[in-house]
Design a protein around this ligand. Sequence first.
Ligand code: ADP
Ligand code: ZN
Ligand code: ZN
Length: 692
Amino acid sequence: MAVDAPQHTGLGAPLDYRSERVLLPGTLVRVPLGRREVPGIVWDTGSGEPAPGELREVSLALDVLAPLGEPWRGLVDFTAAYYQRGTGEVALSVLPPELRKLDNAQLTSRIAKLRKALAKGDASMAMASPAPPPAPPALTAAQAGALAQIEALTATGRSATALLHGVTGSGKTEVYLGAAAQALAAGRQALVLVPEINLTPQLEARFRERFAGRHIVSMHSGLTPAQRLRSWLAAHLGLADLVLGTRLAVFASMPRLGLIVVDEEHDPSYKQQEGARYSARDLAVYRGKLEAITVVLGSATPSLESWQRCLEGRYVRLDLPARIGDGALPRVRLVDMTQQPKGRGANTALSAPLVVALRERIARGEQSLVFLNRRGYAPVLHCADCGWKSACPHCSAWRVFHKLDRTLRCHHCGFTERVPHACPECGNLDIAPLGRGTERLEEQLAEVLKDADGKPPRIARIDADSTRLKGALEARLGAMHAGDVDVLVGTQMVTKGHDFRRVTLVAAVNPDTSLFSSDFRAPERLFALLMQAGGRAGRDAAHAERSEMWVQTWHPRHALYAALRSHDFEAFAAAQLKEREMAGLPPYSHLAILRADARTPEAARAFLQAAAELAATLPGADAVMLYPPVPMGVARVADVERMQMLIESASRVALQRLLAQWLPALHTLRRAPTDGTPRILRWAVDVDPLSI
Ligand code: ADP
Ligand code: ZN
Ligand code: ZN
């Protein structure tokens, strides 16, 4: 029985219970645990031998629901083992929470309601419109070739992973639609994963239009608990043909699963950042193995892990080499900021040539998109007299100046105060913002882009601040689509997925910071971001010819920008892989990170050191390298000191073997520090961490 017990209780492995009736594996149950009753899932049926000691009885079996299938349990088993969590913990955390509350009678009525709604084509149940579907476009040769290969892979009846590589606008989505059509025609279900909940409605609309008459459900964190249960039930009962969702949907129970698509497979949001820190992309590939089906990963800038597997021949590479209609990719223009005259105020952020280019767009009635990866007005407030800066008292970070509501806000712990009217240290009245965020950029754009009458252009801003209110994001995107916006400014939120037809200029104001980051994946992320941002320009073939991507940089000769200029992912990937290979970094090695949080850095460090000493005594330790503990990038957040230790091995198996022996012992270590240092608050392990 896999029960819902947190990892640290040491009850991670399935437990034994007794039942009068024979319960099939995968059946949902309630069982007593200590003095509580907890949800569980029958994991395997015992040997029939009487177990030692008294076994407690299953309190309730939810047997009106078909048991969860074997591949699903296999996926949960793998996730728990690989990411070092409890089986029941993982299993229950990926099921809809509503399932915990219902008994057999309630569940029966929910299922009956669902069936009725589906039969009626209830719009809220996301039944596609009954109008005859518009004919799909005639595929290009490249699309047809890719689809034929996917069909051939599926026909083998074995598992396979294909990597669909093509720039934005090259017709990848059309290939997903075609592959899903193949699966549906064969009587199977299809699962389509997207990175962001914001992107589900657009993709959903396209799938609905194409598969009118089929049942499509979505699964993401924006659903109410009741909606989530309905989507889950529809998938589990085989009533939904298509499931569209974010990373959690990789665990959707689908008895007839025939295809998995992972769109934008490189996107960091596929990695869960708490609990079982799984990669939904990696789990999708594993699930494909368990189910013996084809998995299609798609991207314009594949992750180097996936790319490397193509090079090794483990994934099948499918290329869409050109934009549909042979639309040109935007011309990349680098502005060498070292050559720009040192201006004052707004001019320091926006170079003169970029301002001219933006003005031209406005004059022609075209749209521009300007992004900067920092929200707020300015990252720091500063007193030139005494050197005071707006540090957060609870974190090792600056508090960001938000001009609109005149606050200093910490983006790490949320600590917020009104802006002081004078320097808190010396009383100087002249405290000034340093650097810039999207709020200030918006203000500066309005200033430098005024027309002859002093009227600013229509500017909209999209970032976490401007879209906090429900509907705010939709309203801004709507205005952009309707052509009521000349310049859209924002964080990388503006670069993802949106199909703006009138954008002919995309500008990255200050992307350099990622070039020299201590995180080895920073260049990969920057390249993907800039390629994706560039993909927002010239989507309308009529404008493609004069669309441009502007990059302001102090390092115009950097190899990353050279590859960007020629839209050459292969060259970029080859260079990066070479560097990674020389440095022994993924995908040429395998990493895990052990993190510890404590009230003092000493306590966190002592715990990690004790853990390292323990690891050294375990069999197989020599195949794994442990680095000394270091503070995290932002070492202190909300008065908690955070340290981490990198664990590396050339062999995934060796790393896994060590973690499996080591981590259970850390629960004990945490409870009883050996040398009198104060206890830590918590620890966690991140297998295949994305950022370090
Ligand atoms: P991607 O997913 O790679 O960004 P899409 O599949 O969204 O590309 O295709 C980009 C645009 O081209 C969409 O508007 C789509 O409807 C259109 N399109 C895709 N394939 C074809 C085709 N074979 N013929 C005509 N238009 C197509
Ligand atoms: Zn001062
Ligand atoms: Zn803080």
